[in-house]
Ligand binder design. Sequence first.
Ligand SMILES: Cc1cc2nc3c(=O)[nH]c(=O)nc-3n(C[C@H](O)[C@H](O)[C@H](O)COP(=O)(O)O)c2cc1C
Length: 378
Amino acid sequence: MATVTNIQDLRAIAMRKVPRAIFHYADRGSYDETTLAANKADLAAIQLRQRVMIDVSDRSTATTMIGEKVALPLAIAPTGLTGLFHGNGEIHGCRAAQAAGIPFTLSTMSICSIEDVAGAVDKPFWFQLYVMRDRKFSESLIERAKAAKCSALVLTLDLQIQGQRHNDIKNGLAVPPKLTLANALDIATKPRWIASVLMGKRHSFGNLAVRQESDSLSTLSQWIAGQFDPSLSWKDVEWVRSLWPGKLILKGILDVEDAKIAAATGADAIVVSNHGGRQLDGAVSSISALPKIVDAIGGGKSEIWFDGGVQSGQDILKARALGAQGCLMGKAFLWSLAAGGQAGVAQAIEIIRRELDVSMALTGTRDIEQVDRSVLAL
Ligand SMILES: Cc1cc2nc3c(=O)[nH]c(=O)nc-3n(C[C@H](O)[C@H](O)[C@H](O)COP(=O)(O)O)c2cc1C
């Protein structure tokens, strides 16, 4: 196997290892994918400032996110269907993240349940909540996250309705995965995935087990359309706040006006995010929204975090320079999980940590806490 030196190598391995429908689910964006592309292109366009002859021995990438110590300003983003990329994928991902000293976020739409993950790790993780039509059920998820001692609740705001991803429809992506004539040949070429996922015991939404009527559950997009609630409003954020006394993170903010409202709720952090280019196609890139939001609400109670296109240590350095206290990564996490399970995720985090460390050094920075806009060639 070729030597892995960066996240793109892990993506290439993931493409070979998992069925096309699963790979596309992670890799692709909504509609024409212009926002997906902008997330990456706008990050790439930001230039760093090379500095020389500054003593950069004894460097540190360690910082905090919502007061929790992190080895680098990075957390694993919540991703649905993680356990279809590798058997028990959420457990593997959480273990790798915790061993590397970064937080792991479990999605509402995970394959392993909150209890499965809590029973398999010994440190707290974060739980991401989608408020669904059935508020009683949402309330029960919050109670389960409390019982599992999750140390933060990540409330996602940008999926009241789902943006269309053409590939998921064309591929007939279904949960649990269906063996159809169209995908049988493809799946037959992925023996390790068959052994790890199909022959494993978990292939459906772990947290929603009691909610599923298997016959009516056809494609993922149809199911989501029925469950997600277009009537959500800021009142529902207040409602969640009243049920969850712990740390609260509001995810999916791209607009300055929304950021101001989110900050006024007293949230511990907000995540500047366009859901990885999977929702409103034509929306601005996440990195272009970040400095405007930092200028509007930075320095307040809510930390400002960033996601969308984070696939290297340089990306984290740029986001931190523009005012993000921390970053989340979605696709890069799933590719590494598909490529190598827990070891793959550990490898991805270490690749990114080293890239961040070396890039800091080459900008003349010893401590991540010193990073500000002066590391950018603006
Ligand atoms: C396959 C996939 C599934 C996702 N599922 C969720 C989810 O269940 N809940 C959520 O809040 N965000 C979800 N997201 C969005 C991520 O949390 C994150 O915002 C996004 O992936 C960041 O962009 P990146 O993929 O470029 O790192 C998902 C993203 C991907 C790629």
